[in-house]
Design a protein around this ligand. Structure first.
Ligand SMILES: Cc1ncc(COP(=O)(O)O)c(C=O)c1O
Length: 494
């Protein structure tokens, strides 16, 4: 809240100094990371419990873990409403790129030149700001996956996926029409959800995958029943995502066989659905299944999928909503796979602050309003992304992720050797790491004890702890995390 004297002064002072005053009031704390977590109350503390009860009178608040004091959260440390300070290895479900209250973003937020973008949310499909193309180039196209030359912005991960699926269907049907326009029958029948205008097409997805909760995306999501329950779903093919034996270097032959089996199944499903008259227009897959238990597909598997998509004329959609933006040590996780040909579409959101998808020219819709909604994202997020990209490049944050991740993985492996009765299968790329627990109950308990010990974290799948850091997480943070994790494992072992 602004004080009345501040409000008065805003009316009098020149604009720039008004902003400086607001800035000082909002961020009066020293914006420096603490050296250690600090837990003063039970977690959640009394303030979080009270606020949750209050919110619960308005909506179902059961998923809420803590209420946060964002003005006091700094870098990789999250402050809650009870004055507890946690090392954050979850970063708002993997969506904070540089840490809390990063100076480059605060500066952009307080720059008078950016205010009109923040205050006037543009309907980007019809009335974009005059610098929109420049911003798309500097923020998004400068980090585009190789081979993908166009980009469409969206508001969130689910709607990015939703529209990527539509783009695949447009592409497929345009080819069926040999590039020609739709017929009168196409236009008439689609109004009643009938063929040929509403064609029978399918999207192939993978067991354990997560692609969001909107209607179409949900038919591709298979991570937890609670996401899907009571919602009608398309009868679309669902293939097996490879689940490997760890350590990888000791199980090469067996894991290779798993890849071969999974690829064979994909081809069988494509054939089966084609015979059924519901051909596969697109395939959607995560490079690492981020919600479904941190399953990693191998480079060989992804190379095989790319080939199958090309051979069967299926759009290859790689969902990088969770993996994209650098945590794996590359801007895009699929870059680890050295594909002969790039994916056809790559979806993003989270760390990029704005949703959307990159695509090859062939996937550009041929008419307006086919991929469209009111806002199509938010131009203010591009202002921040521009800064994020600048900081990533200036500070070599991708390299930081690769190095920090190696260090973290070694630490996790050493803890798994120390506590083999509790944890196993440490794995990761960059700091996008995970470790399994022997049982779901042990994992759930570990998440609670880690909080008590000052680490904010989250699970994935049924028995996995996932690490999702910001890009500024470094070896000092890793040391704190590993110390607290060891303490937690000791407590679980008692
Ligand atoms: C791979 C993937 N796709 C899509 C989504 C959906 O994104 P959102 O939650 O922004 O709708 C998520 C969210 O976690 C995700 O991890």
């Amino acid at each position: 809240m602004l004080t009345s004297s501040l409000r008065r002064s805003i009316l009098q002072k020149p604009y720039k100094s008004q902003l400086d005053s607001i800035f000082k009031v909002c961020f009066s704390t020293q914006l420096q990371e603490p050296s250690e977590p600090r837990v003063l109350t039970a977690v959640p503390g009394p303030n979080s419990i009270r606020l949750k009860q209050e919110l619960d009178t308005i909506q179902n608040s059961s998923a809420i873990q803590l209420f946060v004091d964002y003005t006091k959260s700094v870098g990789n440390f999250l402050s809650d409403a009870d004055g507890n300070v946690f090392l954050d290895i979850y970063s708002q479900i993997s969506s904070i790129p540089l840490g809390y209250n990063h100076p480059a973003l605060l500066k952009a937020a307080s720059d008078p030149n950016n205010l009109s973008t923040f205050v006037n949310r543009a309907a980007l499909g019809i009335l974009p700001p005059k610098d929109f193309a420049d911003k798309l180039k500097s923020a998004l196209l400068s980090i585009a996956p190789k081979g993908l030359t166009e980009v469409q912005t969206m508001a969130c991960g689910s709607c990015s996926v939703e529209n990527a699926l539509k783009a695949a269907c447009f592409w497929y049907q345009t080819r069926q029409r040999n590039g020609g326009p739709p017929s009168a029958e196409d236009l008439e029948s689609c109004m009643d959800n009938r063929i040929p205008g509403s064609p029978k097409l399918s999207i192939l997805s993978f067991k354990g995958g997560f692609h969001g909760r909107t209607f179409g995306a949900l038919s591709c999501t298979h991570s937890k029943p609670i996401h899907k329950l009571d919602v009608p779903a398309f009868d679309w093919p669902i293939a097996t995502y490879p689940v490997y034996k760890y350590p990888l270097n000791e199980n090469v032959a067996e894991n290779d066989k798993t890849d071969e089996k999974c690829l064979k199944e994909v081809q069988q499903l494509i054939d089966e659905y084609s015979k059924k008259g519901v051909p596969v227009a697109g395939m959607i897959i995560e490079p690492i299944q981020g919600e479904g238990g941190d399953n990693h597909g191998s480079a060989k598997f992804f190379q095989g999928l790319r080939k199958l998509c090309t051979k069967n004329k299926v759009a290859f959609i790689v969902d990088e909503v969770q993996t994209g933006g650098g945590p794996t040590g590359r801007m895009w996780a699929h870059e680890h796979f050295q594909l002969d040909e790039s994916p056809d579409i790559v979806t993003f959101s989270k760390k990029l602050q704005i949703g959307g998808f990159y695509y090859k020219k062939a996937f550009r819709p041929d008419q307006p309003y086919r991929i469209f909604n009111t806002w199509l994202g938010d131009a203010s997020k591009l202002v921040f992304l521009e800064q994020v990209v600048k900081v990533i490049k200036e500070q070599n944050l991708l390299e930081n992720m690769a190095k920090t991740g190696d260090y973290m993985l070694k630490g996790l492996e050493s803890l798994q050797n120390k506590f083999p009765n509790i944890v196993l299968n440490a794995r990761g790329k960059g700091t996008f790491c995970a470790i399994d627990f022997k049982t779901p109950a042990l994992r759930d308990k570990a998440v609670k004890v880690l909080h008590k010990n000052g680490v904010h974290c989250g699970g994935s799948g049924s028995a996995t702890l996932r690490v999702r850091t910001t890009l500024t997480f470094n070896s000092t943070h890793v040391d704190i995390f590993l110390k607290k994790f060891e303490l937690t494992l000791k407590e679980l072992n008692e």
